[in-house]
Write a protein that binds this ligand. Structure first.
Ligand SMILES: Nc1ncnc2c1ncn2[C@@H]1O[C@H](COP(=O)(O)OP(=O)(O)OP(=O)(O)O)[C@@H](O)[C@H]1O
Ligand SMILES: [Mg+2]
Length: 278
């Protein structure tokens, strides 16, 4: 049964996590002289196990993107520690990052946008074409290789951005509201596509979303962040069998009750000290 678990609990037989976050804290710089900066994150603890799909949900402004930026190394750690395990001695697990905005280069076609990272790494042209094609096929973009971003729908641009992240085969995917800008119908289409991709390739994923149904549909575990200061306040193991189908799942009573519990959890951690984030 899916359900709420003890915070940061790891069954003794579990393999060691690929990502360990211990007591992460972040104090934003003060805006005025002699003022104290706001505490954005405090004592945040989180583990991510190999091939686990974990979603982070929580009120706007609680520090979800900041957390991902710390993990990606875009912000230097001030307090606490972030430990990325080694795949083998001397080789750390690699990270891929996908943002809410696709950020495709308008002057490059689909194939060249997808292959950009590999090009920068100096991968041979033939390999780039072959690898890009494979991931474009997986994401249903066959036939669009020569199109430019302006010729694609929002959903297609998002799929190209997904392909751009996946083409370099990162071990851990950091995804910050990747489908947030899409209309409901396109969103479900991409969620099903990505769920199928994940069930085939079993990547380790840390996925930020505001869409609780999306989190329930995709995840093995959902962690809830509370606001001010941002920290993990609840965890849910999501054990719906796979492969999952959105229409079947969303009409189940278990899905409905988990959705409600998650919503109540988030609501109860949104208002702190009379402050509400918009
Ligand atoms: N480098 C920084 N300097 C100062 N403040 C920062 C910095 N990075 C983040 N913050 C602050 O941290 C808070 C959390 O921001 P963050 O973008 O991580 O929230 P979020 O949970 O991702 O919100 P949303 O759900 O709206 O995307 C915000 O108040 C933001 O202004
Ligand atoms: Mg954010």
């Amino acid at each position: 049964m899916s359900g709420r678990t003890q915070l940061a609990s790891i069954p003794p037989a579990s393999p060691p996590p690929v990502l360990t976050i211990r007591d992460l804290g972040f104090q934003a710089p003060a805006l005025k002289k002699r003022a104290t900066g706001q505490t954005i994150l405090q004592n945040l603890n989180l583990n991510l196990r190999e091939q686990e799909f974990v979603s982070i949900v929580g009120p706007s402004g609680c520090g979800k993107s900041t957390l991902l930026n710390f993990i990606a190394g875009l912000l230097p750690v001030q307090q606490g520690e972030i430990h990325l395990a080694e795949k083998q001695p001397g080789e750390a697990y690699s990270l891929g990052y996908m943002f809410q905005q696709h950020g495709l280069l308008p002057w490059r076609n689909v194939r060249d946008n997808v292959g950009l990272g590999l090009e920068i790494q100096g991968v041979a042209k033939r390999d780039i074409v072959e690898r890009s094609q494979r991931v474009l096929n997986d994401l249903g973009l066959t036939g669009y290789e020569q199109h430019y971003p302006a010729q694609l729908s929002g959903g297609m641009c998002q799929r190209v951005a997904l392909a751009r992240m996946l083409v370099s085969s990162p071990d851990i995917l950091l995804m910050d509201e990747p489908f947030g800008a899409l209309d409901a119908q396109t969103r479900v289409f991409i969620q099903e596509l990505f769920s199928h991709y994940w069930e085939t390739h079993k990547k380790t994923v840390l996925f930020v979303t505001h869409d609780l149904a999306e989190a329930l549909f995709l995840s093995d575990r959902i962690v809830v962040m509370g606001a001010r200061p941002g920290r993990i306040v609840a965890e849910y193991d999501i054990t719906f069998p796979r492969p999952r189908h959105f229409d079947t799942l969303r009409t189940s009573s278990r899905f409905g009750s988990l959705l409600n519990q998650l919503w109540q959890d988030i609501k109860s951690h949104t208002v702190t000290g009379g402050q509400r984030d918009a």
